[in-house]
Design a protein around this ligand. Structure first.
Ligand SMILES: [Zn+2]
Length: 174
């Protein structure tokens, strides 16, 4: 299960590109940028997860990395940090037309926040079978009972995203 939709259902923008016309970032590009953000997290003892928000204009308008330890804030997951920055950049909470790219499958809190922001798409790296809410444990983003559903593509640069988290915990145990 990849969670990805048939590419033929995507809006115009060309094969492998993000939905918005004029966008210059592929899904893989977005995850690479999120990976670079994630790599900074261990400097504060945070689990390396990174996220970016791409606007329909094709611009990245929000970036975040997990900062729970850095800030002492239980909600400071990478996606929440990036959503907040994107809302400031757009001047409002409604992130319709935006794509959220994150290195690890969102948890229930983040999936809920992404839905509440009315984002169009989520692209993520590795699956998280213990907490994932984008298809693993739950599927909060595509629950048919909800009025707003989010397109999901998982498994983008999966190995690199999982490797970063795996190395972090291996170093801790070592
Ligand atoms: Zn989360």
């Amino acid at each position: 299960m990849t969670g990805s939709r048939d590419p033929s259902t995507r809006r115009r923008g060309g094969a492998g590109s993000v939905a918005a016309a004029g966008a210059t970032y592929s899904d893989e590009d977005l995850i690479r940028i999120a990976l670079a953000l994630a790599a900074e997290a261990p400097t504060t003892g945070d689990v390396p997860v990174g996220a970016v928000v791409l606007a329909s204009s094709g611009q990245i308008i929000g970036e975040g990395r997990n900062a729970r330890e850095a800030t002492g804030d239980p909600t400071a997951h990478a996606e929440i940090v990036a959503l907040r920055a994107a809302a400031v950049a757009l001047g409002g909470w409604n992130l319709g037309g935006c794509t959220v790219a994150v290195t690890v499958e969102p948890c229930t809190m983040c999936a809920g926040a992404i839905g509440a922001a009315r984002a169009d798409r989520v692209v993520f790296g590795c699956w998280e079978p213990k907490t994932g809410a984008a298809g693993s444990l739950w599927d909060v983003l595509r629950d048919r009972r909800l009025t707003h559903r989010v397109e999901v593509r998982g498994g983008v640069l999966e190995g690199e995203c999982a490797g970063l988290v795996g190395d972090f915990f291996a170093d801790r145990r070592g």
